[in-house]
Design a protein around this ligand. Structure first.
Ligand code: HPA
Length: 270
């Protein structure tokens, strides 16, 4: 794995002269962030050595290097979901490569179903913490001390400093944000009412099918993390209705400008 990470990083270093410190995984709600980037250099996943290739509908796959405002960033358009069949090591490989390229801050977004009864559809949730209920752990197996500790601390998996900054930015622009714990599950099914209830009881505010593996690896690698989720449907008793991928995307798209604004201003401060 170490050799693969190095080979991929070396390939990208030859392609790109900038050395960004901030990486962004463009999940739901951040697709448009790319249109705000300048001096863009796009590298499709299928020409990057050792990179998995994205398969899911509505998620094209490429790395995009460029500037957001005055800041050099590296963006991943299209992530690798566990439910697609990738191994955990593949899902999180891009984060390893980011670290090898010098990325220190990782920003992520996603869509989720809200279990917190105070949430509304379309809310932006700042992720304060997560609960990992994926059936597999991305750090299982031999630990490479070069990459991180055998037993990584997770007491501040999401940077408190970044959370405070994001809340200030949201307040300044009168953008409503909520905060909560993200439960990461494998999918691809959405939850049964009993499962939403279970995830609420164990301490979750929202549930989705991504992010947790990448955030675990980012913490293992010593990166600082910020995450936001768009609440696209509700897993709250009495409010549970049929959910579809299309609806999730539609609600995600609507919230996009606000999430993009918060991320853009946060990047400028890092
Ligand atoms: N459950 C899991 N993943 C999701 C949901 C949900 O309700 N909504 C958007 N992604």
């Amino acid at each position: 794995m170490l050799k693969k990470i190095q080979e991929t990083a070396d390939f990208l270093k030859k392609e790109i002269s900038a050395r960004p410190k901030t990486g962004i995984i463009l999940g739901t709600g951040l697709g448009n962030l790319v249109t705000q980037m300048t001096e863009k250099r796009e590298i499709p996943y299928d020409i990057i050595p050792h990179f998995p290739v994205s398969t899911v509908e509505g998620h094209s796959g490429k790395l995009i290097f460029g500037k957001l405002g005055d800041v050099d960033i590296m963006a991943m358009q299209g992530r690798f979901h566990y439910y697609e069949g990738y191994e955990m090591k593949e899902v999180t490989f891009p984060v390893r490569v980011m670290k090898a390229l010098g990325i220190e801050n990782l920003l992520v977004s996603n869509a989720s179903g809200g279990m917190n009864p105070d949430f509304e559809i379309g809310d932006l949730m700042i992720i304060t913490d997560h609960i990992n209920v994926f059936p597999e752990h991305p750090l299982r197996g031999k630990n490479h001390n070069e990459l991180g500790a055998r037993f990584p601390d997770m007491s501040e998996a999401y940077s408190k400093d970044f959370i405070l900054r994001a809340k200030d930015i949201a307040e300044k622009h009168s953008i409503k944000v909520v905060e909560g714990v993200y439960v990461g599950t494998s999918g691809p099914t959405f939850e049964t009412p009993a499962e939403y209830n279970y995830f609420r009881i164990i301490g979750g505010d929202a549930v989705g099918m991504s992010t947790v593996p990448e955030v675990i690896v980012a913490n293992h690698a010593g990166m600082r993390v910020f995450g936001m989720s768009i609440i696209t449907d509700l897993g709250v008793p009495g409010k549970i209705v049929e959910v579809s991928h299309e609806e999730v995307q539609e609600i995600g798209n609507k919230a996009q400008p606000l999430m993009t604004l918060i991320m853009k201003e946060l990047v400028a401060q890092l």
